[in-house]
Design a protein around this ligand. Sequence first.
Ligand SMILES: [Zn+2]
Length: 223
Amino acid sequence: MTELSNGNTKVHIPSDNQLRNLSRVTAILCGNWRASLLAHSLWEFHNYQLYCTVRADDGRANRHRIDGITGPQTFDKIRIYVSIRKNERQEEGLVHELLHANLIPLGYPRFWIHDHGESEKFTLAGGIINLADHIPMLRAYLSLGYFAGRFLGPSRPLNKREARVDRDLQQIADKLTTPDGYLTQISAYLSSYNIRYEPIYLAEIVVKQRSESATGTTRKGPD
Ligand SMILES: [Zn+2]
């Protein structure tokens, strides 16, 4: 990211690579102006750190990843990576992954899980958070004009425990549609599985990183 300083105005300029990533996303969403607008604002919100890869359809699930969280209170530059499969559901697949990332500016907490990445609890926590995210995401997805039946791609059937989590979360679905309700409910739910966690509010971090990169290089212009 380059920054131009013009007097007291600070202008951030995205790199060519960041612009290419935005074009890749908006080209897929060009048939839906609301989804394009969402992608554009998300890209700007994340300081242009939103990267998208379109892979050949190998039957594997689409993904999104948040990079830059190094601990519950330590952060590198926050970057969002979305990887989707090139298939007939790629538009909905992309919107789905973007809506996960969109929970950040909406003020939903993310969770740091106090366990190592290969542990059963870590996997379970990831599954709970993923299923919990889908509840507020689905409402946004429908409001963009997409069909509920294409919100999820074909995936393996849920195992017994995942099915139970899904059922439990559906019962508290209404309470998950606000950031505060989501925090209260998911915190309690993680605790019920003895999962140790810390909520992280990434929106604050992303905004702080923007202003940090803005200070220091700003020069005052002539009065
Ligand atoms: Zn998902």
